[in-house]
Design a protein around this ligand. Structure first.
Ligand SMILES: [Zn+2]
Length: 229
């Protein structure tokens, strides 16, 4: 086995020992049941690990990650994970977390071909096209940051509109969807303040969220007309 992997296994043994010393019975308890309050939907980027940056231990956050933190209505992988989190683990909060400097968002913004993932990133490009009047007049670097945020807001909406969440709310289950962005440069999470926690606040929250990104000065800022302009 290569030395690099041996290092990982050695690290693991030290971590397991230290964890047991710090909290005897930690693994025995976790092995019986996980009971996380949070679900994290984030980018696969190695620089954005859910547990580390939120200070959470194993068992405290249920995680789904993919390229550019996208939730597509036909993606059985994401939807199944959300369903398990909501219906079996009864998580209280689902947090969609994007990050600035996301290579997937950058590729979608600039039309860079990366391979098979182009088809996946097409969903992010759709976000860009839908809101291009709010993006095109900005400097290039700012466009990428704003598209990272817009992508999060769109995915929060996608989670909220999924049958899993709609059914949960119809049953009276309390579960809220939030949108955050992580800064690679400072390690800080920013709350985009787009929390959706019941059916009637999905559309108003969505509409308000995009008004923070003005169209070209003098342009129409009314929500809902981006696509046809
Ligand atoms: Zn990313």
């Amino acid at each position: 086995m290569s030395g690099e992997l041996t290092d990982l296994l050695d690290n693991n043994r030290r971590w397991a020992e230290a964890t047991t010393q710090r909290e005897p019975g930690f693994f025995t308890r976790l092995a019986q049941q996980q009971n996380p309050r949070y679900m994290w939907i984030g980018c696969a980027d190695s620089r954005v690990p859910a547990n580390e940056i939120t200070g959470l231990d194993p068992g405290e956050v249920f995680v789904h990650r993919n390229v550019a933190n996208v939730v597509v209505h036909s993606d059985l992988n994401a939807l199944s994970t959300i369903q398990f989190a909501v219906e079996h683990l009864l998580v209280k909060h689902i947090i969609v977390v994007g990050h600035y400097g996301c290579a997937g968002v950058r590729a979608a913004m600039r039309g860079i071909r990366v391979g098979l993932a182009d088809n996946w990133l097409r969903h992010v490009e759709d976000v860009r096209l839908r809101h291009r009047k709010r993006l095109d007049h900005l400097p290039a670097a700012e466009q990428e940051d704003i598209l990272c945020e817009m992508n999060v807001i769109e995915q929060v909406g996608n989670v909220a509109l999924s049958t899993v969440i709609q059914d949960a709310w119809a049953r009276g289950q309390e579960v809220a969807i939030h949108g955050w962005v992580y800064g690679l440069k400072d390690g800080l999470l920013k709350d985009l303040d787009v929390t959706m926690d019941r059916p009637e606040n999905v559309v108003p929250t969505f509409a308000t969220a995009f008004k923070r990104y003005p169209r070209e000065p003098g342009g129409d800022t009314e929500f809902g007309v981006d696509a046809d302009a």
